[in-house]
Ligand binder design. Structure first.
Ligand code: GTP
Ligand code: MG
Length: 214
């Protein structure tokens, strides 16, 4: 894959893109692991079930730039593509999502560029997730590159729904039959219901064990 290079500063080759964005991703992953470890230490509880990280393929970067009506240049991808580096944080409970988002916001070297709360405001598809675009500094030998990372935070149940919906969306090239779309919206409603019930069940259990300790 060849990208046209426009200038010499910042990031100027695909190799450098991979280097810088994977460094940013690794930093984010480590930050999340540290938060999880500390949470386990203080509260005897892991808010994070698991973490997935990925670098967008050059093919899908080119596709997205085309969709945005932009030429495939390194400058344009750095400027317009916010999800070259993507990290997905899967939690047990909805309450963990906001807790983690706040902890990310509180880190001094992380700058929050944008937030989309598809949990309070789900998409028409039924999609629920908490999205953040953040920027973190990557320290190279001769300069610091502020690098964007897309963070998606969701529950295990929301993740299950999103991966199936994504497969269906892909299979029908975004044009799934109405009956299937409606069924997915109904499933999303059940996911929300399940998340709410699991959360209150967990709170009940916590209350019981606290009482026993007293
Ligand atoms: P793109 O959708 O990536 O072009 O970016 P955007 O600027 O519209 O941002 P948005 O926050 O809406 O979506 C970012 C990412 O969230 C997507 O790339 C998907 O990974 C995920 N996402 C958004 N909407 C849906 C949805 O309806 N279903 C599923 N399965 N995933 C979604
Ligand atoms: Mg979108």
């Amino acid at each position: 894959m060849e990208f046209k290079v426009e200038n010499g500063d910042g990031i100027d080759s695909w190799k450098e893109v991979t280097l810088v964005y994977s460094a940013a991703l690794r930093q984010m992953e480590t930050k999340m692991q540290i938060l999880n470890d500390e949470f386990q230490h203080v509260h005897q509880y892991n808010p994070i079930e698991h973490i997935k990280a990925r670098i967008k393929t050059p093919e899908s970067i080119v596709k997205k730039l085309k969709r945005y009506g932009q030429e495939s240049t390194i400058d344009n991808m750095v400027k317009y593509i916010n999800d070259i580096a993507g990290i997905r944080i899967i939690c047990s409970f909805t309450s963990d999502i906001y807790r983690i988002a706040d902890m990310i916001r509180d880190q001094k070297d992380i700058q929050v560029i944008a937030v989309k709360d598809y949990i309070t405001y789900p998409k028409a598809s039924g999609y629920k997730s908490y999205h953040m675009i953040v920027s973190i500094p990557v320290y190279l030998s001769d300069r610091t590159v502020d690098t964007k990372v897309e963070i998606q935070i969701r529950t295990v149940a929301m993740d299950f729904w999103a991966s199936l919906e994504h497969k269906i969306h892909y299979k029908f090239e975004g044009d799934a039959p109405e009956s299937i779309k409606n069924e997915l919206v109904e499933c999303a409603r059940m996911v929300s219901d399940l998340d709410a019930r699991m959360l209150s069940l967990n709170e009940e259990i916590l209350a019981i064990s606290q009482k026993r300790e007293e």
